[in-house]
Design a protein around this ligand. Structure first.
Ligand SMILES: [Zn+2]
Ligand SMILES: [Zn+2]
Length: 157
């Protein structure tokens, strides 16, 4: 039996949330079939206190962007990003999106799927697409996931 609803003291029952999403700086996170609990009034809670943070950590971790090559960073104050193959400077703005599927297996929760649509920068010489850095993309993914949580008004406790 799970703890009653913190807002109305109603009984919480488990469910699978319909697809929801959040966006930050051109990066879009779509969270599909996420397990959660809710009361009859529709107040939503994550399946555990740790769950929300674990999903944020997963989606910003470097391993999540492994499928997409990373640019070479140059300069300390004015940063520029170069194609690691032909050293040409990458465009200032994203030139496209790449999709990355992530399977989320968090604690005892039922596994579910997240799709990230990630802004990429195409090299004008060789045509390869890059993210600028795992840190930058991770920060966008973190913020986009936080927006996604807010969009469905779900809370850790
Ligand atoms: Zn409630
Ligand atoms: Zn290139």
């Amino acid at each position: 039996m799970s703890k009653p609803c913190s807002k109305c003291k109603g009984e919480m029952s488990p469910g699978i949330h319909e697809s929801f999403h959040g966006e930050e700086g051109g990066l879009r996170v779509t969270i599909r079939d996420m397990p959660y609990v809710a009361c009859a009034e529709g107040h939503k809670r994550f399946v555990s206190v740790a769950f929300a943070g674990e999903l944020l950590d997963l989606l910003r971790s470097p391993g999540t962007f492994q499928g997409i090559p990373t640019a070479t960073k140059k300069g300390l104050f004015r940063k520029s990003y170069l194609c690691p193959d032909c050293t040409r400077e990458l465009p200032e703005s994203p030139t496209g999106q790449r999709e990355q599927d992530v399977s989320a297996e968090l604690g005892k929760a039922q596994p579910f799927k997240v799709v990230l649509s990630i802004p990429v920068y195409k090299c004008g010489s060789c045509g390869e697409e890059y993210i600028r850095s795992v840190e930058e993309t991770g920060t966008l993914a973190f913020k986009a996931t936080d927006h996604a949580y807010r969009s469905i008004d779900i809370h850790p406790s």
